[in-house]
Design a protein around this ligand. Structure first.
Ligand code: FAD
Length: 373
């Protein structure tokens, strides 16, 4: 079998390398990343549902789970409500521990990891890195701004910018995270996520425009939650994909796209780790069996599922909070598994159509009244 070259030592590239070396140990694999340290600097909030948490726990052990959340409070222009469950609704993965631990495992398995090397596409089944050309099967896991996707698909997905800051606050914030819909960030939302046992939170937002003063938004979000910043640490963030997986998902079986380069991120939240967990096993099977269709079928299946929630996301583009209002029919009875399955939330809500219509009309009516007032 050809040598395999993986571009990107993010979760997509490293998880794919791990599965490939486990399922086909005789393969020679090289991973390139232009960063000197995998996962550093971080950009992601790393909130995942139970399936993704279990997936990484199985590979990397308990330590990869940094925190569990039992409830989520939504603040929309028309209501504030909390969904909760006896089991954790969501988890925060430890990053960059995830990347570092995967790299350690890969090195033990004989994978070559070339950090500080920028890889460029040249021709199908080849790339250049560090002034040298490499020929073999290429896996483009090079993130939201993938050069490989741009070259072979001539396309860049729609993205918004997410920014967040670690802040020490004056009070203990508990075990639930908060999501705020606010006119300051009309294309997306804002969040506060407690990140350790004491008084440290991650406050963030994402939007389709760049804000000149992110601290103004961070402070406003904290104020809304009744928190006062005591000390502020680093700001980090990056692009969040707002698009569906783009066809083709592979080019003649010589180059495959995975992770944000595909892109496979959840429409409503933009979370990309779920898509990686869903697709890496199929990509591995496709490569081991030499049948790219296995991968195409899996991506197609995921795409169809995502399309359903995309419909809602697009429909309510600048009234994003209406979707959150609809989810309020689940108040107090949220099944943990639903965190990753947005389309199921919608289907499950359908039998409650009268309640949904009432919520929808009320939300729109109150909003219209307020904007007139
Ligand atoms: C603010 C924010 C919050 C987020 N919150 C969540 C969340 O809560 N839950 C969730 O599931 N997802 C979240 N995401 C999305 C998640 O971070 C991404 O979906 C995930 O990181 C995608 O992994 P990846 O490996 O495809 O790409 P990346 O993590 O971007 O990794 C790509 C790697 O490729 C390297 N690279 C790129 N180009 C080249 C090149 N030419 N040569 C060599 N190396 C290259 C980069 O250095 C990088 O290390 C968030 C994203 C942002 C920005």
């Amino acid at each position: 079998m050809d040598r395999i070259y993986i571009v990107g030592a993010g979760p997509a590239g490293l998880t794919t390398s791990f599965f490939l070396s486990r399922e086909a140990p005789s393969n020679s694999i090289t991973v390139f990343d232009h960063r000197r340290k995998p996962g550093v600097p971080p950009h992601c909030t790393s909130i995942v549902g139970i399936e993704t948490a279990e997936f990484y726990k199985e590979i990397l052990g308990e330590k990869v789970i940094e925190k569990e959340y039992y409830s989520v409070t939504f603040h929309t222009p028309t209501r504030k409500y909390t969904v909760y469950s006896k089991k954790p609704i969501a988890y925060r993965l430890a990053r960059p521990y995830l990347e570092q631990k995967l790299c350690d495992k890969l090195l033990d398995m004989g994978v070559e990891i070339r950090l500080g090397e920028h890889a460029l596409p040249t021709r199908l089944g080849a790339l250049v890195a560090g002034g040298k050309e490499y020929e073999g099967l290429v896996i483009a896991a090079d993130g939201a701004y993938s050069l490989f996707r741009k070259k072979y698909c001539g396309w860049m997905p729609e993205t918004i910018t997410g920014l967040q800051r670690i802040v020490r606050v004056d009070k203990q914030f508990g075990n639930n995270f908060h999501v705020f819909f606010d006119p300051d960030t009309p294309c997306f939302y804002q969040w506060i996520v407690p990140i350790d046992g004491d008084k440290t939170v991650l406050v963030g937002y994402a939007d389709c425009r760049i804000h000149s003063d992110p601290n103004r938004i961070f402070d406003k979000v904290l104020r809304k939650a009744g928190l006062r910043p005591v000390s502020r640490e680093r700001v980090f963030g990056g692009p969040i994909i707002r698009d569906l997986p783009h066809r083709p998902y592979n080019i003649e079986g010589r180059i495959f796209f995975i992770g944000d380069s595909l892109p496979a991120s959840k429409p409503v939240t933009g979370g990309g780790l779920y898509g990686i967990k869903e697709l890496v096993p199929a990509l591995t099977r496709a490569i081991v069996k030499g049948d790219p269709r296995i991968y195409d079928q899996s991506v197609e299946h995921l795409r169809k599922r995502f399309q359903q929630s995309w419909f809602l996301t697009r429909l309510f583009k600048y009234k994003y909070w209406v979707i959150a209002d609809l989810f309020s029919v689940f108040q107090g009875e949220f099944e943990p598994g639903l965190f990753d399955l947005h389309e199921k939330i919608v289907w499950r809500a359908l039998p409650r159509l009268p309640a949904l219509l009432y919520i929808l009309l009320r939300s729109l009516f109150i909003r219209t009244q307020r904007s007139r007032g």
